[in-house]
Design a protein around this ligand. Structure first.
Ligand code: HEC
Length: 180
């Protein structure tokens, strides 16, 4: 009985201590204060397990046809992904180096993710990181699958291909400039 009372008292002390620490400003929310190694490790485990459990959708038929890969490149360029992640020949915005966790260079991670996992992440985002939910931002599923098709090919996409696929559509030739 005494033992249980001691555990109860200890739990109370810990709860009050944590409340003071977090609610009176001792805890620093600064992006510059490094998380302890164990917190970083736990965040990666929780993210990986959560994505693996939730990503259950199957890709649409023939979702990785070249036309969809190229459409995905355009979606990737126009929806702002390169600001944080960069792309072939496109540097990420300097500000993204100040995000914690750091947005990864996607060509280094896409081989470890299934199409369903990439789709789930882009659709739903990753809470408490800079990774937005593009469903909340108004994207339909189909352009997001196009992005997945593009990302699965990303490690082999050359800068020239990316540039050609994302170039603005040809505009009718402008009238020749009047000579001076
Ligand atoms: C404002 C910055 C930002 C933008 C814009 C952004 N991302 Fe992210 N993204 C992140 C961050 C930060 C992470 C890492 C989260 C983490 O480590 O838990 C991430 C993670 C990811 C991952 C998961 C990587 C992994 O290893 O699990 C994918 C895939 C991804 N982003 C794709 C995209 C795509 C596609 C777009 C555009 C449609 C996009 N992101 C736009 C910041 C961004």
């Amino acid at each position: 009985m005494r033992f249980l009372a001691a555990i109860g008292a200890l739990a109370l002390v810990v709860a009050v201590g944590a409340a003071i620490y977090f609610f009176t400003g001792f805890y620093s929310v600064a992006g510059t204060s490094e998380d302890p190694g164990i917190v970083k490790w736990a965040m990666v485990q929780v993210r990986t397990a959560s994505i693996a459990r939730h990503a259950t959708m199957s890709p649409p038929d023939k979702f990785d046809e070249p036309a969809r890969v190229q459409a995905g490149a355009r979606e990737f360029a126009s929806r702002g992904c390169t600001n944080c992640h960069g792309g072939p020949g496109v540097p990420w915005g300097k500000f993204s180096e100040g995000l914690r966790p750091d947005p990864p260079d996607l060509k280094d991670v896409v081989n470890d993710l299934t199409p369903a996992q990439i789709f789930w992440v882009v659709k739903n985002g990753i809470n408490m990181t800079g990774m937005p939910s593009f469903a909340l931002a108004g994207a339909q599923d189909q352009p997001l699958w196009d992005i997945v098709a593009f990302l699965k090919k990303l490690p082999g996409v050359s800068e020239a291909d990316y540039k050609a696929w994302t170039a603005p559509p040809e505009t009718p030739a402008a009238a020749p400039a009047a000579s001076p």
